[in-house]
Design a protein around this ligand. Structure first.
Ligand SMILES: [Cu+2]
Length: 138
């Protein structure tokens, strides 16, 4: 009987892994955002509601960051800050991945409800240089 215990433990691990894979079938729960000067790309711009893993990959030479805004504003119409026009107002911010240095990738998980979103880089003047993108959660 003692020898059965390790098998039971392995079986539970395998079942756990299957359960995780199963939930991914409902929709991709992971998206990669690639940033460089001066662009933002996403592997897909329609995401399923719920927990979504964002991997921010910095393919550029400067430090970039990702801020997720839940807003119906067009992605190129986010207003500048009054006190510092080199950055925009983080309207409806639900999370961010801060300061990813060149060549690195940082990952975080965000809980998304259905709606319209804008993804921006809010390092100094990066938004104005074109680092913004719209995506939808359904
Ligand atoms: Cu940037």
């Amino acid at each position: 009987m003692k020898k059965l215990l390790p098998f039971a433990a392995i079986a539970m691990l395998v079942l756990g892994a299957c359960a995780q894979a199963g939930s991914a079938q409902n929709g991709p729960a992971k998206v990669t955002v690639t940033m460089s000067e001066w662009s933002v790309k996403m592997t897909q711009t329609t995401l399923p509601a719920g927990q979504v893993t964002f991997a921010l990959k910095n393919d550029g030479k400067l430090t970039h960051e990702l801020a997720i805004l839940k807003t119906d504003l067009p992605h190129n119409k986010i207003p500048a800050r009054v006190e510092d026009a080199t950055k925009v107002q983080e309207i409806g911010i639900i999370g961010e991945i801060e300061d990813v240095e060149a060549g690195l990738t940082k990952t975080d998980v965000f809980d998304l409800v259905p709606g319209n979103y804008v993804l921006i880089c809010n390092e100094v003047s990066h938004y104005q240089a074109g680092m913004h993108l719209a995506f939808v959660v359904k």
